[in-house]
Design a protein around this ligand. Structure first.
Ligand SMILES: [Zn+2]
Length: 169
């Protein structure tokens, strides 16, 4: 089955929200094709491990990404990203960063992310912890088989829906 068709296939009969309002509001801004997948991921992790994940970053616009890229380079602060605007799947609402919330606090323990990563992968995400260089444990993305540069081309050529999300055929 084509990855895009697969997404619709998995959607039936699933809860449409997670335990966390903050997470729900961030998921609502993801690409429409991955919103339900992100909800399923968070809910399955809670059900299987009793771990409550929060989405800390979802959609980050190309403009926001460029501003972030300048941080630590031409503006003050530490370097926080290696990629310019258009080259992160966050820029298309196709990536999330997650962290465990425990008693209203963030649990930074990486082992939690290693433990829950198979649930994300099973739901169709690629995991930043599997990257060869600069591992990014909180990061999960769905590429639909497109490189970021190909998405940027689609974006620049205006292959976008009314809300500015890339149209996948
Ligand atoms: Zn990320």
């Amino acid at each position: 089955m084509h990855p895009v068709a697969m997404v619709d296939y998995y959607m039936e009969g699933k809860k449409t929200e997670t335990w966390d309002k903050v997470t729900n509001s961030r998921i609502a801004l993801l690409h429409p094709k991955i919103r339900q997948i992100a909800v399923n991921f968070i809910n399955e992790v809670e059900k299987e491990f009793g771990i409550q994940l929060r989405v800390t970053t979802g959609l980050r616009t190309i403009e926001e990404q460029n501003r972030l890229y300048e941080q630590g380079r031409t503006t003050s602060g530490n370097i926080v990203t290696w990629v310019k605007g258009g080259y992160s799947y966050h820029n298309y609402g196709l990536a999330i960063d997650v962290i465990e919330m425990k008693n209203n606090n963030v649990n930074w323990d990486e082992s939690v992310l290693k433990k829950i990563s198979p649930v994300g992968i099973r739901n169709g995400f690629s995991w930043g912890g599997d990257w060869e260089k600069q591992k990014d444990y909180p990061h999960f993305e769905i590429t639909f088989g497109y490189k970021a540069s190909e998405l940027l081309k689609k974006h620049n050529e205006g292959e976008l829906d009314n809300e500015g999300y890339i149209i996948f055929n």
